[in-house]
Design a protein around this ligand. Structure first.
Ligand code: NDP
Length: 314
């Protein structure tokens, strides 16, 4: 494999294909129901990354024929005010999906996020964070599943990467990324290992993987020694880096990413070091890998929730 650069899995193209397929199904829904599937997005405060994510979600939803409404609350909002907005969306008959953008302002307290996720009607829980949907995922029953994990499976399937029987290692055990990805891979008959900050010999464990998923939140943490030659590496990380020394350690002089950094003063870096391309068989770039899939699966979940509610399922 040495010298053969990894195939880059094109998340932008796969997401565009999924959105195209959804457009047809959304048109059929509109025809039958005389209304568009509707997504309510709740944004509390003005976190700059959240602003960008929400703007992208609204744009993609509109382009696909979904109706998406943004409900804004100030950073000073109290928890009961956030819960009241969720209750209004729960009760709205023409609202099919509810998404409360994470993270909530820290002032709301550590328990606020789970309290808000718990309050969303599970049938409208397009983020798949409600405990009922998480439980259904564990039991492999039909449910709304978290968007990024769903996107990872779509990307693997549509890129022709076999999951059945593969040895998969997921680094990261968060409720919203690591755990659901591990469960989805398990349900597809991968042999799954979940790693975290207390895992011993992490590079060696990772190097046993046919499919390595990095959901850590540390820029360029996964280096070539973590990767078995020819393995598929999925990079979930979205890390904004503004420290020039760190960026120079990751990207080679003269590279396009370094030029981007010089121009903008900061850059988004994944959890996987670019040198991994020299060892992996296939990998996802950041940006342009898993990120676009997350939004496509949000649209898919909204349509799924709308179809299920209108046909009286669940
Ligand atoms: P969390 O911070 O909730 O979880 C990070 C996980 O990584 C934890 O399980 C932690 O272990 C583990 N970890 C941290 N440091 C190490 C280490 N040194 N060695 C081994 N494991 C370690 O993050 P999220 O799961 O929410 O997100 C992960 C990344 O994915 C972030 O960069 C985030 O921005 C990105 N993301 C991207 C999305 C997309 O659309 N592409 C969507 C959502 C997130 P422990 O449990 O022991 O602390």
């Amino acid at each position: 494999m040495i010298g053969m650069p990894a195939r880059m899995l094109d998340g932008v193209a796969v997401a565009a294909q999924i959105r195209l397929e959804l457009t047809t199904r959304i048109a059929a829904f509109v025809e039958a129901q005389r209304r568009s599937p509707r997504l309510g997005i709740v944004l509390v405060g003005e976190d700059p990354s959240s602003e960008i994510y929400v703007r992208n979600k609204l744009k993609s939803a509109g382009e696909s024929g979904l109706r998406a409404d943004l409900i804004r609350l100030p950073a000073t909002a109290r928890l009961d005010e956030v819960l009241e907005v969720v209750a209004t969306l729960n009760a709205a008959p023409d609202c099919d999906g509810i998404l409360v953008q994470s993270p909530l302002p820290p002032a709301l307290g550590a328990a606020a996020e789970q309290a808000v996720f718990d309050a969303v009607d599970p049938r409208k829980d397009v983020d798949g964070f409600h405990p009922e949907n998480v439980g259904r995922l564990v039991q492999k029953r039909p449910s709304l599943v978290a968007c990024t994990p769903l996107g990872v499976i779509e990307l693997l399937d549509r890129s022709g990467i076999a999951i059945d029987g593969a040895r998969a290692v997921v680094v990261g055990r968060s409720d919203i990324v690591g755990k659901p990805i591990a469960l989805l891979l398990l349900h597809r008959n991968a042999t799954v290992t979940i790693c975290h900050s207390r895992t011993r010999d992490l590079p060696a464990v990772c190097a046993s993987a046919d499919i390595l998923v990095a959901a850590i939140g540390r820029p360029a943490f996964v280096t070539p020694e973590f990767v078995k030659p020819g393995a598929t590496v999925i990079d979930i990380g979205i890390n904004r880096v503004s420290d020039a020394a760190v960026v120079h350690r990751i990207f080679a002089d003269g590279s396009r990413r370094l030029a981007d950094f010089e121009r903008r003063g900061s850059i988004v870096v994944g959890d996987v070091h670019p040198d991994v391309a020299g060892v992996a068989g296939a990998m996802t770039p950041v940006p342009g890998g898993v990120g676009p899939l997350t939004i496509a699966m949000l649209l898919a979940n909204t349509l799924k929730a709308a179809e299920a509610r209108c046909s009286g399922l669940r």
